[in-house]
Design a protein around this ligand. Structure first.
Ligand SMILES: Nc1ncnc2c1ncn2[C@@H]1O[C@H](COP(=O)(O)OP(=O)(O)OP(=O)(O)O)[C@@H](O)[C@H]1O
Ligand code: NI
Length: 324
């Protein structure tokens, strides 16, 4: 296979807090190939958003600290890029859509004004930046997210649109200029389930049509199963298991993955199964050894003392656990 579009290597991210450093990411490794759809799955607070904000370098300034790690975009470390290079990545390479569409749109400007700005600053040639061309690109992007009457939408303010429409506009803005990788952070979680489902299918269709790569952040293995080729399971700032989606569901190995699977609601009644007891640890004083050991039904002494690294079990199925 060719080289990955994006490769995160041994990423550590800490937050400065009143109590000291909160050591959230503890050596994250993740990659995505061209055209691949990858899921990053784990419960609230495990560090999914932190990982992806690091990629675009949009972590809160002055609070976040990256003591170690690399984020390679076609082999170039994003963490070392100069502002111009970084701008290029953000406008032409990688874009991100967020959970809350309302927060991503500015209420005081029309959809058109905001879309035109995105296009203008995406490094187009002089010829391409002609006004009529910018408008044409915006209209085309709105059509691609299946919103009727694009001309009218351009003149609307965000509050004139429904939540689902706003999320679609955010997607249109993310794909309006040539992009290679789309990072979707639980898009549509604030919307009702049928609309959320439509947003997911729209995303999948678009990235497939354009041959883009997708990193889908979600707390739901069910959602990841629908949308991705490969899944990274994250627990407390570590990747604990990676596998092709079909393999992960056929042969899940890490005790945390098993716990997550048992908390996926059954379609055939029975409701939510037992899930996993306890909660994500305090990152100021994270547990030693395997961070999952306090909640793990299979933990032994070694798990308390030594950190398990990802081991390859063949065919890219990797797991970080001494007990499998
Ligand atoms: N600016 C910050 N300062 C201190 N701690 C932070 C900051 N931002 C995030 N955190 C902490 O980092 C941890 C990981 O947060 P993050 O948002 O990356 O998790 P997540 O997996 O995206 O969760 P969710 O599913 O709720 O979106 C959490 O404990 C969170 O409280
Ligand atoms: Ni998040």
């Amino acid at each position: 296979m060719s080289n990955p579009v994006l490769e995160i290597k041994n990423l550590h991210v800490w937050y400065r807090t009143y109590g000291g450093y909160s050591r959230v990411l503890d050596g994250v490794n993740l990659h995505v190939y061209k055209g691949e759809k990858v899921g990053l799955v784990g419960e609230a607070g495990c560090g999914k958003t932190t990982t992806m904000r690091s990629v675009l370098r949009i972590l809160p300034e002055g609070q976040a600290h990256i003591p170690e790690g690399q984020i390679l975009y076609h082999g170039n470390d994003i963490l070392k890029m100069k502002p111009r290079e970084l701008q290029q990545v953000r406008t032409r390479g990688i874009s991100m859509i967020f959970q809350e569409p309302a927060a991503a749109l500015n209420p005081v400007f029309t959809v058109g004004t905001q879309m035109f700005d995105v296009i203008k600053y995406s490094g187009l040639s002089k010829e391409e930046s002609r006004k009529d061309n910018i408008k044409r690109l915006a209209i085309q992007a709105i059509k691609e997210v299946y919103i009727p009457d694009p001309e009218r939408i351009l003149n609307c303010y965000p509050n004139q649109l429904s939540g689902g429409m706003k999320q679609r506009i955010c997607i249109a803005m993310a794909i309006v200029t040539a992009r290679e990788l789309l990072i979707a952070d639980e898009p549509g979680t604030s919307l009702d389930v049928t609309i959320q489902d439509q947003v997911h299918r729209l995303l999948r269709g678009l990235v497939e049509k354009k041959g883009m790569s997708l990193i889908m952040i979600t707390h739901s293995l069910g959602v990841a199963r629908e949308l991705t080729d490969r899944i990274y399971v994250m627990y407390a700032g570590n990747i604990v298991e990676v596998a092709r989606t079909s393999v992960l569901f056929a042969n899940p190995l890490h005790p945390y993955t098993l716990g997550l699977l048992s908390s996926v609601p059954r379609l055939t009644g029975g409701g939510v199964a037992e899930g996993i007891y306890g909660r994500i640890p305090d990152y100021l004083r994270p547990p030693g050894g395997c961070r999952f050991h306090p909640r793990c039904p299979r933990a032994v002494q070694r798990c308390r003392e030594e950190k398990p690294l990802l081991r390859d079990l063949g065919d890219g199925h990797q797991v970080a656990c001494f007990q499998v």
